[in-house]
Ligand binder design. Structure first.
Ligand SMILES: Nc1ncnc2c1ncn2[C@@H]1O[C@H](COP(=O)(O)OP(=O)(O)OP(=O)(O)O)[C@@H](O)[C@H]1O
Ligand SMILES: Cc1ncc(COP(=O)(O)O)c(N)n1
Length: 270
C-alpha cells in the first residue's frame, strides 16, 4: 500500500485542509496520515477562529508518523506560524522525507488570513528550499516572487524566479484568472502549461488543497512530476464539474465521484 502524510490545518466544514487532503488521498487509493497544525472553526462562509497546536506537539505527531509508517509522499498545507514551520522543516530534514509537495496557503477562499506575516518569511527561508514542488495560486506567487502577475507571461517570469531562487519545481495555479484555468509548471529550467477549461462553479472551497494532495498521491505511487500534475488536474476538474452545492457560501467539491463505481449509484444523491 502506498502511503502519504498531510501536514495541515483541520477545516471543520470538511471542504479544505486535512479533511480535503484525506478524502483526496483515499480516492487515489493511498493510505492517508495526518499531522494537524491547527484547528479552524470555519464553514463555507468564513473562518470564525483558529487554534494552533504547540510546536512541541506538532513535532511529536511528525516523529510518531515518520518512525512507524514512513510516508511515500508528504503534502504540506496551512502552517499558521513561524515556530510551527521551523519544527516542520527540521523534522522533514531529520527524517529524510521524500516527495514533498508544498501548498503555500496564506489566505482562505473566503478572504480570511490563515498564516501570519512572519510565517510567510519562514516559509520562504525554511520550507521552500526543501520542497520538491511548491504550488502557489496567483496572489501567493506574487508574494513569493515579489512581482505583479497580470498574464501568462508574468506567470512564467514569477514561476521562474521562485524556482530558481529556492531550487524547487513550481506549479503556478491559474484558478484566479477570469477566463480560463491554466496552470504552469516550471521545472529544471523548462515550462509546461496544463490547460484547463474554466468550470462555471462558484464552489471552489478546497481546490488548492485537493490539487496538491492529488499530486502528492500520484508522486507516492512513483509517477513522474509532469504526469502526476496532469492527472491531478484531471481529478480536480472532475470533482469540480460534479457541481456539488453545499452550504451558504463557497462550497466544497465532490470527491465521491471517485467512489461511485464501488457504490454502484450516485454517492451524493439525497
Ligand atoms: N472555475 C474553475 N474551473 C476549473 N478549474 C479551476 C477553477 N477554479 C480553480 N481551478 C483549478 O483549481 C486548482 C486550484 O487553483 P486555485 O488557483 O483556485 O488555487 P487556490 O487559490 O490555492 O485554491 P483554494 O481555493 O483552495 O485556495 C487549479 O488547478 C486551477 O486551475
Ligand atoms: C484548514 C484550511 N486549510 C486550507 C484552506 C485554504 O483553502 P481555501 O482557499 O479553498 O479556503 C482553508 N480554508 N482551511
Amino acid at each position: 500500500m502506498y502511503t502519504a502524510l498531510t501536514i495541515a490545518g483541520s477545516d471543520s466544514s470538511g471542504g479544505a485542509g486535512i479533511q480535503a487532503d484525506i478524502k483526496t488521498m483515499m480516492a487515489h487509493g493511498i493510505y492517508a496520515m495526518s499531522a494537524v497544525t491547527a484547528l479552524t472553526a470555519q464553514n463555507t462562509t468564513g473562518v470564525a477562529d483558529i487554534l494552533e497546536v504547540t510546536p512541541d506537539f506538532l513535532e511529536k505527531q511528525l516523529d510518531c508518523v515518520f518512525t512507524d509508517i514512513f510516508p511515500d509522499a508528504v503534502k504540506i498545507g496551512m502552517i499558521p506560524s513561524a515556530g510551527l514551520i521551523e519544527v516542520t522543516a527540521d523534522s522533514l530534514l531529520r527524517h529524510r522525507a521524500r516527495n514533498i509537495v508544498l501548498d503555500p496557503v496564506m489566505v482562505a477562499t473566503s478572504g480570511a488570513r490563515l498564516t501570519d506575516l512572519q510565517a510567510v518569511e519562514a516559509l520562504k527561508e525554511k520550507l521552500l528550499p526543501g520542497a520538491d514542488l511548491v504550488t502557489p495560486n496567483i496572489p501567493e506567487a506574487e508574494v513569493l516572487s515579489g512581482m505583479k502577475i497580470k498574464d501568462g507571461e508574468d506567470m512564467e517570469e514569477a514561476a521562474g524566479k521562485i524556482g530558481d531562487t529556492y531550487g524547487c519545481a513550481v506549479l503556478c495555479k491559474g484558478g484566479h484568472q477570469l477566463n480560463d484555468a491554466n496552470d504552469l509548471l516550471y521545472r529544471k529550467g523548462s515550462f509546461k502549461w496544463f490547460k484547463g477549461k474554466r468550470i462555471d462553479n462558484p464552489n471552489t472551497h478546497g481546490t488548492g488543497c485537493t490539487l496538491s494532495s492529488a499530486i502528492a498521491s500520484n508522486l507516492a505511487r512513483g509517477m513522474e512530476m509532469e504526469a502526476a500534475v496532469g492527472l491531478a488536474k484531471e481529478y480536480l476538474s472532475k470533482a469540480l464539474a460534479d457541481m456539488l452545492d453545499l452550504g451558504h457560501g463557497r462550497g466544497p467539491m465532490n470527491h465521491a465521484f471517485a467512489v461511485r463505481d464501488w457504490r454502484g449509484d450516485a454517492a451524493n444523491e439525497k
